[in-house]
Design a protein around this ligand. Structure first.
Ligand code: HEC
Ligand code: HEC
Ligand code: HEC
Ligand code: HEC
Ligand code: HEC
Ligand code: HEC
Length: 397
């Protein structure tokens, strides 16, 4: 009994720590990613192992007010300040308390080790893949059946060949072909096989007309979401901030890249080649670290991947901010992609499916107050469909 109790206690603690790291992650993304990454130098130092470099109390007071420590003559504080050319860090006094900072530190400690997985999106695709594997299994069965039959025939033929040794090879071939074509079972099986193959191909062909899942064009700069959003934990909103406010998620301008790439001149994969293209776009000289005067900026020509036809209306803010749908539900595990590909079909059926099955999160959601006078407020299952999510006019101009 005692043991069981302590197991529970341990589980409880593990859960608790996980919750704290999650809080820390949110705070880190909100306040720190603008200048810090875990594994790379940005405006400020990489924060991996920072908990080994200083003691806890030092870190608490640094984050609260680093300028005060520098002024007070703290040696470690002055050292790092000088190393970063006296660029000041924000003060979080009154914004973050010790517990918040502890959670951020827990997140920093933990994120060196584990890569986060996003399996939510994968589930969406599962049923589709099950369908495919069914046809595959049937096809394999038929092929195997045919194979057994053929081998059986060959065996018989060989037997008879052995009997009549005088026969030569062409005759042997001729004979076996004749046998095959006479066998009704074999003909039937081949016919079936052919039908299965043809319908399968036709189905796949038809259902992918105008559907571009996995569309993955080569971009003008090898920009990797894995390096940025994955390894360095930069929040999607840092670059796609309009997703919360407007119809479009938008692609960041080169100026946003320069917030960090003024300092980061080389990547670990492609050296200065790809990052050099950003400098080329904005006219930045990495040697003198200055912008070239009178330079005519060249916008980076990103190739658009997701694209609905003009007849359909889709709004990011409505889904991300009001509907609380995660980016990854529709775009897949972006933070693991070196090159972005189209994850979802973006067909009308895809939109409708989700609107039928997804509950609206209407708790504390002003947007729904009007709707809720009409709907049953106690119902736990108000689907998007119930608030008009299947009306043609909502999605078509
Ligand atoms: C506006 C940019 C900026 C923001 C935002 C920022 N920092 Fe910093 N941070 C810096 C700079 C620059 C340094 C290097 C020291 C200096 O120049 O003051 C630094 C240094 C540090 C150090 C010391 C690192 C070392 O290796 O010595 C820690 C720890 C730190 N920051 C934590 C944080 C945390 C936690 C947050 C978020 C709550 C945060 N910083 C937000 C710019 C920033
Ligand atoms: C450092 C900036 C940056 C961050 C952080 C970032 N992105 Fe991007 N994103 C870009 C750029 C630049 C492109 C255009 C190039 C490309 O497609 O790779 C892009 C393209 C995309 C596209 C494809 C757009 C199209 O053409 O249809 C999607 C979807 C996307 N990002 C989602 C995300 C999600 C989700 C996250 C967070 C997990 C994220 N991005 C984080 C910069 C960023
Ligand atoms: C918040 C900081 C930040 C922003 C904003 C940012 N990057 Fe980066 N970028 C990084 C970090 C960190 C690395 C990793 C450097 C390394 O490999 O050590 C990096 C690496 C790269 C690399 C090199 C990859 C390699 O390993 O060769 C390219 C190319 C790149 N970024 C392009 C962009 C583009 C284009 C944008 C703007 C759309 C952008 N970055 C915006 C932080 C940033
Ligand atoms: C409910 C599904 C859904 C969610 C959630 C979603 N997107 Fe999208 N996203 C789309 C669709 C559909 C398009 C194509 C829009 C079009 O062509 O008008 C798109 C297009 C984009 C594009 C291309 C540029 C643009 O604005 O059209 C980017 C970048 C993007 N999404 C990023 C994000 C980010 C970042 C998030 C999370 C903050 C996110 N998306 C959440 C469905 C979604
Ligand atoms: C993964 C789930 C999901 C997918 C996929 C999705 N939606 Fe939605 N959609 C929602 C949720 C949740 C809401 C409710 C939030 C709200 O009303 O603001 C919503 C609401 C809407 C609304 C507002 C409905 C109303 O009555 O106010 C429109 C319009 C809409 N979606 C269009 C689209 C289109 C177009 C697509 C496909 C390109 C799409 N949605 C795909 C989840 C989804
Ligand atoms: C939740 C959003 C949504 C709703 C509701 C919706 N549609 Fe659509 N519809 C779309 C999207 C997105 C496309 C584009 C799909 C594509 O490109 O494959 C589309 C495509 C179409 C097309 C095909 C146009 C073409 O070029 O092939 C027709 C026709 C259509 N819708 C009619 C309707 C009618 C009629 C209704 C009402 C019964 C309706 N839609 C309701 C999102 C919606």
């Amino acid at each position: 009994m005692k043991h069981i109790f302590s197991i529970f206690l341990v589980l409880f603690f593990i859960n608790d720590i996980q919750a704290d790291t999650d809080k820390g992650e949110a705070l880190f993304k909100q306040h720190c990613t603008q200048c810090h990454a875990i594994n790379a130098r940005l405006v400020g130092p990489a924060l991996k192992d920072v908990h080994l470099k200083y003691d806890r109390e030092w870190l608490y007071s640094w984050v609260k007010n680093s300028a005060a420590m520098i002024e007070a003559g703290d040696e470690q504080a002055i050292a790092i300040y000088e190393e970063y050319n006296r660029s000041p860090m924000n003060a979080y006094e009154g914004i973050l308390n010790d517990e918040d900072i502890e959670n951020v530190l827990l997140y920093i400690e933990s994120s060196g080790n584990d890569a986060q997985s996003v399996d939510e999106g994968e589930k969406v695709n599962q049923s589709e893949e099950e369908d495919k594997s069914y046809t595959l299994i049937i096809t394999i069965f038929l092929i195997l059946g045919a194979l057994v039959f053929i081998l059986d025939n060959v065996k018989n033929t060989l037997k008879s060949v052995a009997k009549e040794e005088t026969e030569n090879i062409p005759q042997f071939l001729h004979k076996s072909l004749l046998m095959f074509s006479k066998s009704k079972k074999f003909l039937f099986l081949s016919f079936l096989l052919l039908i299965v193959i043809i319908t399968n191909a036709a189905w796949e062909g038809l259902s992918s007309v105008g559907v571009y899942t996995n569309y993955q064009p080569e971009q003008p700069i090898k920009f990797s979401h894995k390096i940025h959003a994955g390894d360095n934990g930069i929040d999607c909103n840092y670059c796609h901030h309009t997703a919360r406010e407007s119809k479009h998620a938008g692609i960041p301008s080169a100026n946003i890249c320069m917030n960090c790439h003024t300092y980061i001149n080389e990547g670990s994969v492609d050296g200065d080649k790809e990052i050099g293209k950003i400098y080329d776009a904005v006219g930045f000289d990495p040697v003198s670290r200055t912008y070239i005067e009178g330079y005519e900026k060249k916008p980076i020509k990103w190739i658009r991947i997701h694209n609905l036809p003009d007849l359909a209306y889709f709004n990011h803010a409505q889904h991300v901010e009001v509907g609380k749908v995660k980016c990854q539900t529709c775009h897949g595990p972006i933070e693991e992609m070196d090159e972005v590909y189209q994850f979802a079909e973006l067909t009308m059926g895809w939109c409708i499916d989700c609107h039928r099955t997804n509950s609206v999160q209407y708790d504390e959601n002003k947007y729904y107050e009007n709707h809720l006078t009409k709907l049953d407020k106690n119902s736990k299952h108000v689907h998007v469909e119930d608030i008009g999510g299947l009306e043609c006019g909502k999605c078509h101009y």
